[in-house]
Ligand binder design. Structure first.
Ligand SMILES: [Zn+2]
Length: 376
């Protein structure tokens, strides 16, 4: 499949520090905006700069549409920096190189992984052809049951620079976990452990901490109410609890022990019986990851607001007269009033008496990076 510059932007946003609330919605939107640009760093950067320049000029008063453009521009600046400061590699050619690097590291921590095969496919093999996501690890049980050759399968049209190579490190831990009891389902806490040991431990040492943390954050804290993908957030938080209490040593030991132990651990966590978890080894905490773990355990996932609401929250203060604020800040009155209603009635981060802002807590959420915006 042809690689292009739009895919580089679509992959770079996963590892960038951005304020969008739904990585998939943002990715799909932005990739369409940058359709058909060449896969060349200088070209991509100059197209982003051109886009930022064009969208920065606002004619008339600011409504939702302009607010959306302004916030996208802020995120695009970070995405541009990501592209400037990271090597741009064709993921179709580099996936195996990364998989081999991860294998070496996994062998060093005492998990034997023999030759890991990778496949780039148009569709996942039957009966998984409708499965979502970018990559799936198929193990020996899948071979026995469905005749699928063992290995990590990547869906061709989902492969992106920057992000897919990190996702491969999650899949490779599924592979390690499948060495024992492959007949048991690879899900639940195993996904959280794959994020921790694969992405935040193994891959972090190769790709860098910020990129890995940003990807885990955007993927697992994607705002999508009602979706069953929310379980990945729970699984990540389960692994965070284990990590905080017992360190990477315990997570690595759990992978070595396999899926029977994983099921037991997950059940004990659900029941709140952490003291009964049979942990064999304890140790190996990394300060940066410990801090990130507290962040993901306490993160407010639902504070995703409309673009204009976010822009208003940034600039309005307790005591401000609303009409004067709109006038002084060049904001459309009707759309602005609706956005304030949203901040008050839906999210309860400020209070308005209809004329004035009487109370404002939104700055706390903005400063802590938990207030994000939706674009759909
Ligand atoms: Zn997984």
């Amino acid at each position: 499949m042809e690689i292009n510059g739009s895919k580089a932007i679509g992959g770079a946003l996963y590892i960038s520090n951005c304020k969008f609330g739904n990585v998939l919605a943002f990715r799909d939107f932005i990739m369409k905006e940058f359709n058909n640009i060449p896969f060349e760093k200088k070209e991509i950067v100059s197209k982003i700069e051109e886009y930022i320049d064009t969208k920065s000029h606002i004619v008339g008063e600011i409504g939702q549409k302009d607010a959306k453009n302004l916030l996208i521009i802020e995120d695009l600046k970070n995405i541009k920096d990501t592209i400037i400061s990271n090597p741009l590699e064709d993921p179709f050619k580099s996936i195996d190189k990364y998989v081999n690097k991860y294998c070496e590291k996994i062998n060093k921590i005492g998990i034997e992984l023999d030759d890991v095969k990778t496949f780039i496919v148009e569709k996942f093999p039957k009966p998984f052809e409708n499965a979502g996501g970018t990559a799936i690890n198929f193990d020996v049980a899948d071979k026995r049951k469905y005749g699928i050759e063992e290995g990590i399968y990547f869906k061709e049209d989902r492969i992106l620079p920057y992000s897919t190579q990190i996702l491969a490190s999650h899949e490779i831990i599924h592979r390690a976990a499948s060495m024992k009891h492959p007949h048991l389902l690879a899900r639940g806490i195993e996904d959280g452990i794959c994020d921790y040991v694969g992405i935040l431990y193994i891959c972090r040492e190769i790709i860098g901490s910020d990129a890995c943390k940003n990807l885990v954050f955007h993927l697992r804290f994607r705002h999508h109410p009602g979706s069953d993908w929310n379980r990945y957030t729970t699984n990540l938080q389960q692994a965070a609890v284990l990590y905080i209490n017992y360190g990477f040593e315990s997570l690595i030991e759990i992978i070595k022990e396999g899926r029977i132990l994983m099921e037991d651990v997950e059940k004990k966590l659900f029941l709140g019986k952490i003291d009964e978890i049979p942990i064999i080894k304890k140790g190996n905490w990394i300060e940066d990851i410990t801090n990130f773990s507290y962040r993901i355990l306490t993160y407010e996932k639902t504070l995703v607001v409309s673009p204009l609401a976010l822009l208003i929250a940034k600039n309005i203060n307790s005591g401000d007269n609303i009409k004067s604020f709109f006038r002084d800040n060049n904001i459309k009155e009707r759309e602005g009033a609706k956005a304030i209603e949203e901040l008050y009635e839906t999210h309860f981060v400020l209070i308005s008496d209809g004329e004035k802002i009487t109370c404002d807590r939104s700055k706390l959420y903005l400063d802590a990076g938990v207030m994000r915006y939706f674009i759909d």
